[in-house]
Design a protein around this ligand. Structure first.
Ligand code: ATP
Length: 239
């Protein structure tokens, strides 16, 4: 079943069109990686899907319903959760408090404090610690755990590796792989091509706000994605 369908989406920053007519869809249980160079429009696209940035044109449909005009919190209530770039935790609150704030609005589902801690055991000893005192990796784990507390049907994760040590990236990816193995539907914005291709079933490459490649990860080479990333090829895209 198609869970999310984005059709000819346009999003702007002032006069600058950052997303220029993107169409894509994701099925229940799929993992889609969105790659592209700095400024390609990945974050703006993800934020527009989540309702954190307005769509100028086009539509976003979730579970068969048009949600283009819905505010972010109503999208969360329907099962869309964004893990934003830079984590955006409540720094003065503890880890437990950050998780509970999200849980307070939760849809019914499997995720609650105990199951989230089972998925992220490293958070257990940190529950009483203020979020601002955590390491980057710990903050990222908290941000993903916080999104899970809303019981999302689709998790949107922006630049999970940004600013993390290689060890922390590995730890966060290990947790994401666990979520994927349990059937979580995921859209992942990732700069690191190798990582993106290793976890996702499908990959979309954006260039200057447009989709220039969409493929199953088993049918595309790293070289083909790299070419699309730098605008050297037009294969498989809509330009
Ligand atoms: P990055 O990997 O650097 O985050 P990205 O692919 O996520 O890049 P966006 O952050 O969506 O790309 O940026 C797309 C375009 O929109 C860029 O030209 C960027 O400069 C511009 N842009 C992004 N955020 C803003 C903003 N708050 N105000 C003005 N322009 C912005």
């Amino acid at each position: 079943m198609t869970l999310l369908a984005v059709d000819r989406l346009v999003a702007r920053h002032g006069l600058l069109p950052a997303v220029r007519g993107v169409s894509l869809s994701i099925e229940d249980g799929q993992v889609l990686a969105v790659v592209g160079a700095n400024g390609a429009g990945k974050s703006t696209m993800l934020r527009t899907i989540a309702g954190a940035h307005p769509a100028a044109e086009g539509t976003v449909a979730f579970d068969g319903q048009d949600i283009t005009g819905l505010p972010a919190h109503r999208r969360v209530a329907r099962g869309l959760a964004l893990v934003p770039e830079g984590r955006r935790l409540f720094g003065g609150l503890t880890v437990a408090e950050n998780l509970r704030v999200a849980g307070g609005r939760a849809r019914p589902g499997p995720w609650r404090l105990s199951t989230v801690l089972a998925a992220f055991p490293m958070l257990e000893p940190l529950l009483g610690q203020r979020a601002s005192t955590l390491s980057g990796g710990q903050q990222q784990a908290t941000a993903i755990a916080r999104a899970l507390m809303t019981n999302p049907r689709l998790l949107l994760v922006d630049e999970v590796s940004l600013g993390l040590s290689p060890m922390a990236v590995e730890m966060v990816y290990e947790s994401l792989r666990g979520l994927v193995a349990n059937g979580t539907t995921l859209i992942l914005v990732e700069q690191d091509l190798a990582r993106a291709l290793s976890i996702a079933g499908e990959v979309v490459c954006l260039l200057e706000g447009r989709v220039v490649l969409r493929s199953s990860t088993s049918e595309v080479t790293r070289e083909q994605v790299t070419e699309a990333y730098f605008g050297l090829s037009r294969a498989g895209g809509d330009r």
